[in-house]
Ligand binder design. Sequence first.
Ligand SMILES: Cc1ncc(C[n+]2csc(CCOP(=O)(O)OP(=O)(O)O)c2C)c(N)n1
Ligand SMILES: [Mg+2]
Length: 289
Amino acid sequence: MDQLELLNLEFTALKIRRHILRLIRAGEAGHVGGALSSVEIVTALYFNIMNNDPSNPRWPERDRFVLSAGHKCLVLYAALAERGYFDLSILDTYGALDSPVPGHPNMHKLPGVETNTGALGHGLSIAGGMALGIRMDKSPARVFVLMGDGELAEGSNWEAAAAASMHKIENILVFVDRNQLQISGPTTKVMNYEPLEERWRSFGWSVRTIDGHDFNSIISNARELPFEKGKPSVIIADTIKSKGLSFAERKVNYHYWKATPEEMTRAEQDLDEIENSLKKKLKSITGNE
Ligand SMILES: Cc1ncc(C[n+]2csc(CCOP(=O)(O)OP(=O)(O)O)c2C)c(N)n1
Ligand SMILES: [Mg+2]
């Protein structure tokens, strides 16, 4: 990827972060931490890796995205809106009764949502079934899954992991957003499943570890699917919870954020700073503003 393509993705990630703040402004609260830690993963999927068509969301050969950790939905809504699945103004209905962008994603309410999630631990089973169906149809489509590291404490995930390996599902790529926190504390203190790499490997998966905020790593690894013949693939993505908001990064209290006006102002200032640094980078590459 050349420098301009990379910068373009970084600008898109910034827009996604701004949309996340827009949603929280509308709803006055939301699951911000896990949405912000996965912005680069979701941006890379929707703006580089996946074959999809916002004007035809049920296109049979589309790549699927399963947001297993449904509480991270703010990042999904932001990416779908930015990609053109629906009008950005829908984001302003977050928190309202009967909104198409509810507290957890609903496939019957919003184009582009592949399945309902929110109860943790079910997305991998659903995604495994999708991947098998796609294989039976001899379609080139792939299934991408985003899971939380805390979510891995749900035992159902490990049944799904065993089944995907037994059925040699090659057209699936799981991202585990390892931000090291879950709802009430550090993941290793609440329910320790580390070392994640060894655990996934022991279930028959091909495993890689990357920096989950680095577009080059996310994209170059995703392009190598399957990582090994006859095995499902998983990326353990090391990330920072609440990435981008200086006052909230790595803090468990911002798993769910009821934003005060002062904090919202600080959050906007933080994103303005990111924008300024990206503009500087652009200038140094092109010589233009
Ligand atoms: C079955 C189930 N149990 C509990 C919850 C409550 N819950 C919502 S988010 C969360 C923590 C998830 O942590 P993690 O997967 O690490 O997500 P992230 O750090 O990205 O927010 C929990 C326990 C739930 N949604 N579903
Ligand atoms: Mg987590």
